[in-house]
Write a protein that binds this ligand. Structure first.
Ligand SMILES: Nc1ncnc2c1ncn2[C@@H]1O[C@H](COP(=O)(O)OP(=O)(O)O)[C@@H](O)[C@H]1O
Ligand SMILES: [Mg+2]
Length: 569
């Protein structure tokens, strides 16, 4: 049990609840005393017994309240710590991990499985500790009162065990399946909401509903199973306990009549009987509760034990100001077993614009991902000014690049939130407006009632595709960087707007003396690059200016020709 900790606060809570149990053990003895009194008068012994009883009840109340609070607040504290730890870990897991996960499932693990651990810490452990104490104490006291009646009462153990042990075994399985099923349901639900447009446009509401309904029904069947068991076992347990109580009462009454047992002792036995039923159940269920806890621990540990990206731990390396040279030498990369890049070379300098060109699926985005170290290379070397990329901390290395991804990276929040995402410096409103002007979004933003603070909706739902791309370019330009990396960043823009933005970026490149790496299809976007890297068959097959490549590389000529045909259409 490494995820949960037995802390002093928890121990104090358990100690107090043990004291409460001891007080509870004393009460029946007082009742026995009271019943056995020869006469009742508000004086002497009766008064003492009643006062003591009252004191014990009040003491019990105080001790129990304090104990409950200590234990639950400790549970809450540990849940919080575990959730924080999980969040931190999840944010540091490598991209590769997320490629294989359904985000909803992961979310459910982080939120729901932690609750299983909490209930083990705050319910099972205290209940079992105090339960054992109560059972042991009861046995000691009742044996000393009357061993024959105690033996009869002891029958409660096998009878209760008959019922709770199988119940525990089944509920253990059900609980484990319920957690998995809940994770799956969260997964499909969040995906169908995220992809609602795709669902609507492909008219696949019924299929998606059927898929979600399958998970809901699975969960329902699991609950029903649990309900059925509870419905059978609960009343059966009550009935058996009732029979046993009757047996104790009958036998006890006979003994009272024969004069070998006092009425008070019989009364005390009844109270002890009721007191130990709960603890016996709790102790009997310990094994299955523990199994549930271990299941949740295993799943959470899987996340915690995943190897995280090494984000910290390296000192900032000094990088000479001014011009930089980014270089890839013999770089190879594969997704699991699928080789995508083999022996790629590439150079990008400050003040230069280079382009990566190739058919879809050629590996351009992958190359960009490898450059920014979203994925580690399998072989080869990436370096900045001769210094290997892996000598830099991830944080410092990623700081060299400002990236506009092919996919939508607008977050829910305002224009300001989106533009300043990840910026660790203060920016003035004027800077933000300038960035919007650069991508020609100034007019649009000015018309919004809240200006820079207008909300854009989840993933920028309230923007058009082109506006979204321009917003991402504006965001990229506001950052400090050595290389601007644009992956199909202007593909949704009309040719004129694209030209204006590219010209603005050229100007930015010169004033900031940064490099620009562009991935694009449109010939006008790439033709004026200082160097074009033509990617085919997993590698860079040729590089040079547009004219050079046109002249020397037939494959490139063919690519350009096909592209021209597409653009004419
Ligand atoms: N996360 C991933 N896991 C596995 N394979 C991937 C992943 N991303 C891309 N690929 C595969 O890698 C190849 C190159 O993809 P990509 O770099 O996106 O191409 P491009 O950007 O040139 O269109 C494709 O065959 C694609 O299926
Ligand atoms: Mg791509």
């Amino acid at each position: 049990m490494k995820l949960l900790k037995i802390t002093p606060r928890l121990l104090w809570g358990i100690l107090l609840s043990m004291i409460a149990s001891l007080l509870n053990l004393y009460l029946p003895l007082l009742v026995r005393h009271f019943i056995n009194l020869k006469q009742f008068a508000w004086s002497g012994l009766s008064k003492k017994v009643l006062l003591l009883g009252g004191l014990i009840l009040i003491g019990n109340l105080l001790v129990s309240s304090l104990s409950d609070y200590l234990i639950s607040s400790e549970g809450d504290r540990q849940v919080r710590q575990l959730r924080l730890r999980l969040q931190k870990q999840v944010l540091r897991l490598p991209q590769k991990y997320f490629d294989q996960q359904i985000s909803g499932n992961l979310t459910s693990r982080i939120i729901n499985d932690v609750n299983v651990l909490r209930s083990f810490l705050t319910e099972t452990i205290p209940a079992v500790v105090t339960g054992c104490l109560t059972i042991l104490g009861t046995m000691l006291i009742t044996f000393s009162l009357d061993w024959k009646l105690t033996l009869l009462m002891l029958l409660v153990f096998p009878i209760d065990g008959l019922v709770t042990v199988p119940l525990g075994k089944i509920s253990e399985v059900i609980a484990d399946q319920t957690q998995s099923s809940l994770a799956a349901l969260t997964g499909v639900t969040s995906e169908s909401i995220k992809q609602i447009k795709t669902v609507k446009l492909n008219k696949t509401e019924e299929d998606v509903f059927a898929k979600n309904a399958r998970e809901i029904n699975k969960l329902y069947r699991l609950s029903l199973k649990g309900d059925r068991i509870a419905a059978m076992i609960g009343p059966l347990q009550s009935m058996l306990s009732f029979c046993l109580i009757m047996a104790v009462v009958l036998y006890g009454t006979l003994r009272v009549k024969s004069g070998s047992l006092s009425t008070g002792t019989l009364g005390a036995f009844m109270m002890y009987f009721f007191q130990i039923i709960g603890p016996i159940n709790n102790v009997a269920l310990f094994y299955s509760d523990r199994k549930q806890m271990l299941g949740a621990t295993r799943k959470i540990s899987e996340i915690i034990n995943e190897t995280a990206e090494e984000t910290a731990g390296k000192e900032q390396l000094a990088v000479a100001p001014g011009s930089s040279l980014l270089r890839l030498d013999q770089v190879s990369f594969a997704y699991q077993d699928l080789p995508v890049l083999e022996k790629v070379y590439l150079e990008a300098r400050s003040g230069e614009k280079i382009a990566l060109v190739g058919a879809t699926g050629a590996g351009k985005t992958t190359l960009a991902n490898v450059i920014t170290r979203l994925y580690p290379v399998a072989a080869g070397r990436i370096s900045l000014n001769g210094q290997a990329s892996t000598d830099f901390s991830l944080e410092q290395w990623r700081g060299f690049f400002s990236v506009v991804l092919q996919e939508n990276t607008i977050i829910s929040g305002s224009i300001r939130d989106n533009l300043t995402l990840g910026l660790n410096r203060k920016v003035t409103d004027q800077e933000l407006w300038d960035a919007l002007a650069l991508v020609r979004l100034e007019e649009y933003a000015k018309k919004l009632p809240k200006g820079l603070d207008s909300l854009l909706g989840e993933s920028g739902k309230q923007l058009s595709g082109g506006q979204r791309q321009r917003m991402q370019i504006a965001r990229a330009c506001l950052r400090d960087f050595k290389f601007l990396l644009l992956d199909e960043a202007t593909s949704n823009l009309d040719a004129d707007t694209e030209k204006i933005i590219m010209t603005a970026l050229d100007r930015l490149k010169r004033t900031k003396n940064c490099g620009q790496i562009t991935i694009a299809h449109r010939l006008a976007t790439i033709a004026n690059s200082d160097r074009i890297y033509f990617i085919k068959n997993k590698t860079v097959v040729a590089s040079g200016s547009h004219e050079e490549l046109l002249e020397k590389v037939p494959d490139y000529r063919r690519y350009v020709h096909e592209q021209q045909l597409k653009e004419k259409r």
